[in-house]
Ligand binder design. Sequence first.
Ligand SMILES: *[C@@H]1O[C@H](CO)[C@@H](O)[C@H](O)[C@H]1NC(C)=O
Ligand SMILES: *[C@@H]1O[C@H](CO)[C@@H](O)[C@H](O)[C@H]1NC(C)=O
Ligand SMILES: *[C@@H]1O[C@H](CO)[C@@H](O)[C@H](O)[C@H]1NC(C)=O
Ligand SMILES: *[C@@H]1O[C@H](CO)[C@@H](O)[C@H](O)[C@H]1NC(C)=O
Ligand SMILES: *[C@@H]1O[C@H](CO)[C@@H](O)[C@H](O)[C@H]1NC(C)=O
Ligand SMILES: *[C@@H]1O[C@H](CO)[C@@H](O)[C@H](O)[C@H]1NC(C)=O
Ligand SMILES: *[C@@H]1O[C@H](CO)[C@@H](O)[C@H](O)[C@H]1NC(C)=O
Ligand SMILES: *[C@@H]1O[C@H](CO)[C@@H](O)[C@H](O)[C@H]1NC(C)=O
Length: 234
Amino acid sequence: MLSSQLIALALAAVTSAHTVISYPGWRGDNLVTNASFPYGMQWMYPCGGIPLTHNRTYWPVTGGAIALQPGWFQGHATAQLFINLGIGDEAPDGGPLNMSLPMVPQFGILGPSKNPYPGTICLPQVPMPANLSLSVGQNVTIQVVELAVHGAALFSCVDVTLVEPNDPRLNEVNETNCFNSTDIGFSDVYTITTRASGQAQAQGNGTVTSAAVRTLSQVAGWMPVVVGGLWALL
Ligand SMILES: *[C@@H]1O[C@H](CO)[C@@H](O)[C@H](O)[C@H]1NC(C)=O
Ligand SMILES: *[C@@H]1O[C@H](CO)[C@@H](O)[C@H](O)[C@H]1NC(C)=O
Ligand SMILES: *[C@@H]1O[C@H](CO)[C@@H](O)[C@H](O)[C@H]1NC(C)=O
Ligand SMILES: *[C@@H]1O[C@H](CO)[C@@H](O)[C@H](O)[C@H]1NC(C)=O
Ligand SMILES: *[C@@H]1O[C@H](CO)[C@@H](O)[C@H](O)[C@H]1NC(C)=O
Ligand SMILES: *[C@@H]1O[C@H](CO)[C@@H](O)[C@H](O)[C@H]1NC(C)=O
Ligand SMILES: *[C@@H]1O[C@H](CO)[C@@H](O)[C@H](O)[C@H]1NC(C)=O
Ligand SMILES: *[C@@H]1O[C@H](CO)[C@@H](O)[C@H](O)[C@H]1NC(C)=O
């Protein structure tokens, strides 16, 4: 129930990378930097500094649309996005204790430049995590994490009540609120195994121990089991 005016207003206030969940909505405006959040509110785990809300919106129990304005990346053209589900009420704010249920594989977005840019992306059918039994009327939280190139992450959430996919209380999903701006590209994130967990150490054959690893093991008493080519790049 976030009006487009509010989104426009919120984005106008953005000065660096931030995420607005434009559909189905968000917990509230956390595009704030002030004395309580001197580094910016949206960097706070798990939901960008806003505790559980009670003005929930509705979302289909079978999964549905999520539209984002990933914001403006001062100095970064790319980011990784994660969309997770949190269930339960065991957290101090009465919400989920964690948001540990990924709904889609993480994906990359590619902005047009290192300058700030507006724009919307929308995944029209984000599924529920597999093998989770969710019921109509259940309260859950959807978390969007935007991982910046420097490794810090921005958090934004929306608290929803699950309803049947044809429930009239659902906000209509259409080309006004669910679209991909042409200036934001997508990328797949592949995980390439360079050494499997438990794989035996290769001896000799040009394997290099980097100075950084040697120093770390001396200082911390930490002994790397395998020192391979990857470390040599450090
Ligand atoms: C809940 O209320 C806050 C504060 O008024 C508002 O910013 C937010 O958009 C509302 N959330 C939903 C899902 O309507
Ligand atoms: C900072 O902004 C947040 C969100 O609007 C608010 O809850 C908090 O009280 C503010 N802190 C100060 C010191 O103004
Ligand atoms: C879901 O949340 C709403 C709003 O906070 C609350 O009124 C309702 O009782 C909750 N439902 C369940 C099943 O906990
Ligand atoms: C996440 O929270 C759920 C519900 O409270 C709990 O069952 C689960 O063990 C938690 N998972 C992790 C990884 O903490
Ligand atoms: C879901 O459950 C089925 C049947 O038990 C199992 O084969 C499948 O691997 C499970 N999927 C996930 C993602 O856990
Ligand atoms: C799209 O749906 C929203 C409500 O979610 C509505 O306000 C808007 O008018 C609709 N746009 C079109 C083109 O139907
Ligand atoms: C936006 O692009 C993504 C990635 O290609 C795609 O999965 C999604 O369906 C697109 N959204 C719309 C509304 O076409
Ligand atoms: C070293 O490399 C050679 C040639 O690739 C290979 O035959 C040999 O098994 C390797 N030795 C070890 C200990 O990995």
